[in-house]
Ligand binder design. Structure first.
Ligand code: HEM
Length: 463
């Protein structure tokens, strides 16, 4: 990486330093939110992979080149800080990963064991089970609304894993939320609250309703936690909540206070559910658009499962052998990245490659830019999963950023890939699907096919 020159408060930048091109426009925030793909592409063509905007107020620099992405993602505690809007921080609450930068590293390390390694291996039977059972509900032959159908299954996978709850009616008796349907609705209101444009705490605003939903979810989690604490034995790898509760039992003065536990359950669900649902539905869409890959994918499934073990419960070892499947998922994340990275705000001015980035400006590292630069990916507009097989090692980690990177890199990337692979594997072996038309996409806050987009599915008679 080129050296980042961090300027002292009174230090002038070297002579011939320039600033990022483009004059911010007052319409930038609306243009970006309405269509981030188009906003990024148009500005990339006109100004290159680094340009200045007024997205979300103030000066916000979009960066897509590998060096600038690396600079943006690696400045924490040094020359950047998280630059999330006040409303977002309020929605996160004071026990999130972001409110206390001084505790971020400690909290993140404590949370990781619930979302990676052994824990994820332990989750495999549940993930397999819920996906295979739910897929049985799809029509043997007919149409489905793609995103809602996938999202319903992901909800059933992720809620038990992250909140440690069961989703049957009996479980909800005596809890502050009365049913799975209500939980889903409250979660949606909570999620939407992060993106309300009006910062008023009123039931008339998306933000205000989001805060109310957050309060309801916290009460719900408090009741769930009380129930779980009454259990004499807790298995740390059975779900994310158990991992935290066991940790708390072992070290009551440690990282896991009650408040942290409640809030982390909400944070992880917030960060994962629509992202994973978006990824899997986009993967189905991309394969429907590029059916030439089905044959190789199915041949790989046959090879991966030839050991004769139960194909309805895929093991970690089997998933590892599905390298082409993984490549198609990665290519989906490249071509249709669900989200951009969070804002970073410069706490010091820096100079990189002769360009000045001033203290106070925000930086957004955009996969929508990095993933379509020809210097990063040849023929960037083509869906070519092979690039993640042959050239995988040549792909710079700052050129491919669907999960962000640096200190704030995604905590659930491994879990996301595992859920997507299991879902995809069961689909490939049991279902055919095809898409008849181009989908329209919701663009913000996450990129995903619109709810009304339908595809044809039919069950096939293999194992
Ligand atoms: C396809 C699925 C997913 C995508 C595309 C995705 C993407 C991202 C991105 C872009 C970031 C921001 C990184 C940055 O600003 O540098 C992030 C952060 C984060 N993600 Fe994910 N994510 C996914 C799934 C998950 C899952 C399954 C979980 C947990 C269950 C999760 C938990 C988090 C958390 C906690 C952070 C904040 C980390 C920090 O600030 O240190 N994500 N994710």
């Amino acid at each position: 990486m080129s050296d980042v020159l961090i300027l002292d408060a009174d230090q002038a930048p070297p002579t011939e330093t320039t600033t990022p091109p483009r004059q911010p426009k007052w319409t930038d925030t609306f243009a970006y939110i309405a269509n981030p793909d188009q906003f990024c592409r148009q500005n990339l063509e006109q100004y290159g992979p680094i340009f200045r905007t007024s997205v979300f107020g103030g000066t916000t620099i979009f960066v897509g080149s590998t060096e600038a992405v690396q600079m943006a993602l690696n400045g924490d505690q040094n020359y950047t800080e998280m630059g999330l809007p006040n409303t977002t921080m309020t929605m996160f609450g004071e026990h999130s990963l972001f409110q206390r930068p001084d505790l971020h590293r400690q909290r993140k390390s404590a949370l990781r064991p619930g979302l990676a390694g052994q824990a994820v291996q332990g989750y495999l039977p549940k993930i397999n089970d819920v996906i295979t059972q739910n897929l049985q509900q799809w029509p043997a032959q007919g149409e489905i609304a793609l995103f809602p159908a996938v999202e319903a299954i992901c909800f059933d996978v992720l809620v038990p894993l992250l909140l440690g709850v069961e989703l049957n009616d009996a479980y909800f008796q005596g809890l502050p939320i009365a049913s799975k349907t209500d939980l889903k609705q409250v979660y949606k209101t909570f999620f939407d609250g992060f993106y309300g444009l009006l910062p008023w705490r009123s039931p008339l605003t998306t933000f205000g309703r989001g805060l109310q939903a957050r309060a309801t979810l916290i009460k719900f989690m408090q009741a769930v936690i009380r129930r779980r604490q009454a259990e004499t034995h807790l298995e740390p790898t059975s779900d994310f909540l158990s991992m935290m509760l066991v940790s708390q039992r072992e070290d009551p003065e440690g990282v896991f206070s009650h408040e942290l536990i409640e809030n982390q359950c909400l944070l992880q669900l917030w960060a994962s559910h629509y992202e994973i649902s978006g990824l899997i539905s986009s993967w189905m869409y991309q394969l429907g658009r590029h059916p030439q890959h089905f044959e190789a994918l199915r041949a790989e499934q046959t090879a991966s499962l030839q050991d004769g073990s139960d194909p309805s419960c895929l093991s970690g070892e089997q998933l590892k052998t599905m390298t082409f499947l993984e490549a198609t998922i990665k290519e989906t994340l490249r071509t249709l990245p669900p989200t951009s990275t969070a804002n970073r705000r410069l706490s010091q001015s820096v100079v990189l490659d002769g360009v000045l980035y001033e203290k106070g400006w925000a930086l957004i590292a955009e996969p929508r830019l990095a993933h379509i630069l020809p210097e990063n990916f040849t023929q960037p507009d083509c869906f070519q999963p092979q690039r993640f097989m042959e050239d995988a090692k040549a792909i710079d980690k700052y050129a491919y950023i669907p999960f962000g990177g640096g200190i704030h890199g995604c905590l659930g990337a491994q879990l996301a890939m595992v859920v997507a692979k299991i879902f995809a594997s069961h689909l490939l072996r049991r279902w055919d699907w095809n898409v008849q038309s181009s989908a329209q996409f919701v663009q913000f806050p996450l990129k995903r096919v619109k709810d009304n987009y339908r595809i044809q599915v039919s069950r096939v008679n293999t194992h």
